[in-house]
Ligand binder design. Structure first.
Ligand code: BG6
Length: 484
């Protein structure tokens, strides 16, 4: 369904995010016929170049990030024709006035300002837009993480952009919320009568959320070494996933109804601080191998105390989740690139067949975010044959890829999220109070790590992470699922 005509302005239009994610996603939406003919995409950056040169640069990026079969010449030509480039210095009001000249050609259109730039520029850009009269009712601001590095800086950022834009015009992207499996999690819970009655402490033993990456920090060492896995992945992506598993049913699939429920979950996370942090968390840092550098070498800081892996045991103080731990882990340079949510159900209350074979927990619902998006429900069944009565665990499998023949394609998260901004739907975006509540829970953990003075534990590249993470689970009589 085509969206309304819009002008999308990308601050940081020549940066990595724009070239690698935003423009390829927009190309795909255009190819799918969702972008109206009049829509314009205006790239802004400091580099001195013309629109023709920008189009050339974007065409090159599309060739790198999309399949050749997608880049049919008529589609490419149409898309490149939408692009304009403006040399912009965000510290200079004249740049904003020049932008106003371009946008005011179509005052009725939805205007999206995408800040694909460092967060120190959020304030000058928002105020520059306001001074040039560019923040009317049809204007929307999109910002990306890192949204602060602690509660104080996040609330300061919220106040800066909130000074100019109403909360209903601010779209804080967490690209995990745009992933298909994550949206499917809501469909699974709230569009089926089957799961909701068992989605609680009576039936669920524990939950595991894993976001494992096989690559190291690569060229992002400068940023990453100031953030670490907890700020880079847990404060945002993993806590957002936890929220969607744990929320009470919203009264409607509508932005504030969903976000109010997520906020309640964040506020009911049991605080971790002091000594408890050391029992409930594990930090790791990858070591060198014969073919790869150690984390400390890769970021060029041999004394680095930053974690490239973190595992946490999180508890939620609520009626529904009392006594059900959520185990979260994420790390770089692990044995596979794989992200999943696993809901591990309790054993039957009476085992009339005797002890169960491995795995210890018979029913697991795993939702795979990537790769190979899909759902898998493990069910105990009888092994066929006239012999004894042997039990076997067989998964009921739903791989989304198998639906491709029905015309399904797994879109990139940005495709969905960018179109939601134009449509004015904030359901899959974080509200300011959610971001702040997440930091309020995270800050004492980071403080306790610092106070302990201890270094993250080294782990072998291509492994499942630090030994202590396995021990943390074992202390609870549980084990992590394989990363595969
Ligand atoms: C980003 C992090 O937000 O998410 C990266 O900054 C991480 O460090 C990335 O690699 C993971 O995203 P995805 O979609 O590849 O799981």
């Amino acid at each position: 369904i085509p969206v309304a005509a819009f002008d999308l302005v990308i601050f940081g239009g020549t940066g990595d995010l724009a070239l690698r994610k935003l423009l390829p996603a927009l190309f795909r939406r255009d190819a799918a016929g969702q972008i109206p003919v009049q829509a314009r995409i205006i790239g802004l950056a400091l580099n001195q170049q013309t629109t023709a040169e920008y189009r050339y640069q974007v065409a090159d990026a599309l060739q790198h990030h999309l399949e050749t079969s997608e880049l049919q010449s008529d589609l490419l030509e149409r898309f490149l024709g939408r692009l304009e480039y403006r040399v912009t210095d965000v510290s200079d009001l004249a740049s904003f006035q020049a932008l106003a000249g371009v946008l005011d050609e179509h005052p009725e259109r939805v205007r999206v300002y995408y800040l694909a730039v460092a967060s120190v520029l959020f304030d000058p850009i928002s105020h520059g837009l306001a001074t040039a009269g560019l923040t009317g009712n049809n204007a929307r601001l999109v910002v990306e993480k890192p949204l602060g590095h602690d509660y104080v800086s996040a609330s300061h950022l919220n106040a800066q952009i909130g000074d100019v834009f109403d909360e209903h015009a601010i779209y804080r992207i967490d690209h995990y919320l745009g992933k298909e499996t994550v949206q499917n999690l809501m469909a699974l819970r709230f569009a089926n009568a089957l799961f909701e009655p068992i989605w609680n402490a009576q039936c669920i033993d524990h939950v595991q959320i894993t976001a494992a990456e096989s690559l190291g920090v690569g060229s992002r060492g400068g940023y990453y070494d100031t953030a670490g896995a907890i700020r880079d992945m847990v404060q945002n992506h993993l806590l957002q996933l936890l929220c969607l598993i744990a929320i009470e049913p919203p009264y409607r699939f509508e932005a504030d109804a969903v976000r109010d429920e997520k906020l309640k979950v964040l506020r009911s996370l049991r605080p971790l601080s002091g000594r408890k942090v050391l029992d409930h968390t594990v930090r790791g840092q990858y070591l060198a191998s014969s073919s790869s550098l150690a984390y400390t070498e890769e970021v060029g800081n041999l004394a680095s105390m930053t974690e490239s892996y973190v595992a946490l045991k999180v508890e939620i103080d609520s009626w529904r989740w009392s006594g059900v731990p959520f185990y979260l882990r994420t790390g770089k340079r692990l044995k596979a690139q794989s992200a999943e949510i696993a809901i591990v159900f309790k054993k039957p209350s009476h085992l009339m067949f005797g002890e169960l074979p491995t795995p210890i927990f018979p029913n697991v619902l795993s939702m795979r975010l990537q790769p190979d998006e899909g759902l898998r429900l493990h069910i105990m069944t009888k092994e066929p044959g006239p012999g004894g009565f042997r039990l076997h665990d067989i998964p009921l499998d739903m791989a989304f890829a198998e639906r491709q023949d029905a015309g399904w394609r797994m879109p990139d998260a940005y495709e969905r999220l960018l179109m939601d901004v134009v449509r004015g739907d904030q359901t899959l975006f974080m509200r300011g109070d959610e971001v702040e509540a997440a930091w309020q829970w995270i800050d004492p953990i980071i403080d306790a790590w610092k106070a302990s003075g201890s270094k993250p534990e080294g782990y072998e590249p291509n492994s499942s992470g630090p030994i202590s993470a396995i021990e943390m689970m074992a202390r609870d009589g549980r084990r992590w699922r394989e990363i595969e």
